[in-house]
Ligand binder design. Structure first.
Ligand code: SF4
Length: 381
């Protein structure tokens, strides 16, 4: 693949991604300074670091959703997880932002655990595994600090009675050819995988259906997931619901220099999993790809390149305490005042502290996770 080419689909991210070009290719809108200022004001004067540091950079229809919210109209945030194994750090970006919306704008959160989809799409996984990982992943997500009263979970195989009445209506609006065009399914794809698009669409409309009034939907996600929701947006108004709004993030790069931290087709060492023991975390970080120079002397003299560094990406996405601290670290990296070994050591202290706190919060989340799972439809359709 030529150096300036890249591939971004819901199932693959490859090459050196030009995010501005990708936004143009996908036809999404830029997350402008003006729109961020509007969001900051609605959120009480601060932005989440994922917004202020430019990791979320694109959107669809965020402006009308915020306008409606300012005028008193309700909305909710929605995100999901296909449970094929443990979560890694980059999976948290979408849920971090949802939690922030819940805390700042007091909105409900809907989480979908697609244990059915992962069984249909991953031939190597058993039902027992997708069910087990579904629960394990759910505990990790809830541990980020969601409020029990405002958080609802569709665990697909266990919530099917709640989802199916609306899925029937949704499925009639989605054609096989549109699913095939968006996801590139082969003729050998099983029919579960094809139907799953309907189930993934249902949560976008479910609160409006349940409450009998318009409740808009906002979906923070990696920009690679945008195609999933194009189909949903295409059929929304035909069913009498507003199109869901989307907020798109860049990918968090893999530790070995890949375009995205991922487990599909990558080495396990490219991602920091939430169940990695401290020694494994240490090894992965120490071996991670950086923008450093070949020798200490050279780095002191010429400085390093944070833009290509997987360690800098972790500081930027989660571990820098403030935008000012990130700016200082970036300047020290560029000038050669900071060396990669020291930078990794400082980052490791923060990662270990985060994992310890997360483990405690995860235990607490187990106490209420079951009660958040939605099992009944509000009414038949
Ligand atoms: S100093 Fe830190 S941010 Fe800069 S290249 Fe080295 S590891 Fe990356």
């Amino acid at each position: 693949m030529p150096a300036d080419e890249f591939v971004v689909t819901p199932y693959e991210v490859r090459g050196k991604v030009d995010y501005d070009r990708l936004r143009e290719l996908f036809g999404t809108q830029e997350l402008s300074a003006e729109l961020l200022a509007r969001l900051r004001s609605l959120a009480g004067g601060e932005l989440h670091p994922l917004l202020s540091r430019g990791i979320y950079y694109s959107h669809r229809d965020l402006a009308p959703l915020l306008e409606a919210h300012a005028a008193g109209a309700p909305f909710f945030v929605y995100s999901g997880r296909g449970p094929s194994g443990p979560l890694h750090l980059s999976h948290l970006a979408q849920f971090d932002l949802c939690r922030w919306f819940q805390e700042r704008l007091h909105v409900p959160m809907y989480i979908q655990i697609t244990d059915d989809e992962k069984f249909w799409s991953r031939a190597g996984l058993t039902r027992e595994e997708t069910l087990r990982w579904g629960l394990e992943n759910l505990y990790d997500i809830l541990a980020l600090g969601f409020e029990p009263k405002r958080t609802h979970v569709f665990f697909d195989s266990r919530s099917i009675a709640a989802l199916y009445p609306l899925a029937i209506r949704v499925a009639r609006k989605i054609t096989y050819s549109s699913v095939k065009a968006v996801f590139g399914l082969e003729p050998s794809a099983n029919i579960g995988w094809i139907f799953y698009t309907a189930l993934q669409t249902v949560p976008c409309f479910w609160p409006s259906w349940a409450e009998g009034k318009t409740v808009r939907c906002l979906i923070p996600c990696g920009i690679d997931q945008d195609p999933h929701f194009r189909l949903t947006r295409d059929i929304a108004e035909g069913l009498g619901y507003p199109k869901p709004a989307l907020l798109h993030s860049r990918m968090i790069p893999g530790l070995l220099g890949e375009a995205a931290m991922s487990t599909t087709g990558s080495s396990e060492d490219s991602a920091l999993f939430l169940n990695d023991p401290p020694k494994t975390v240490e090894r992965k970080v120490r071996n991670a790809f950086t923008g450093g120079r070949a020798s200490v002397e050279e780095q002191r003299r010429l400085g390093a390149n944070p833009e290509i560094c997987s360690i800098w990406a972790l500081w930027r996405s989660r571990f820098a305490d403030s935008d000012e601290q990130l700016a200082r670290l970036t300047a020290d990296c560029r000038s050669g005042a900071l060396l990669c070994g020291d930078c990794k050591g400082q980052l490791l202290e923060r990662i270990h502290a985060f994992y310890r706190t997360h483990a405690e919060r995860r235990e607490k989340a187990k106490e209420w996770a079951e009660s958040a799972i939605v099992t009944e439809a509000p009414r038949p359709v």
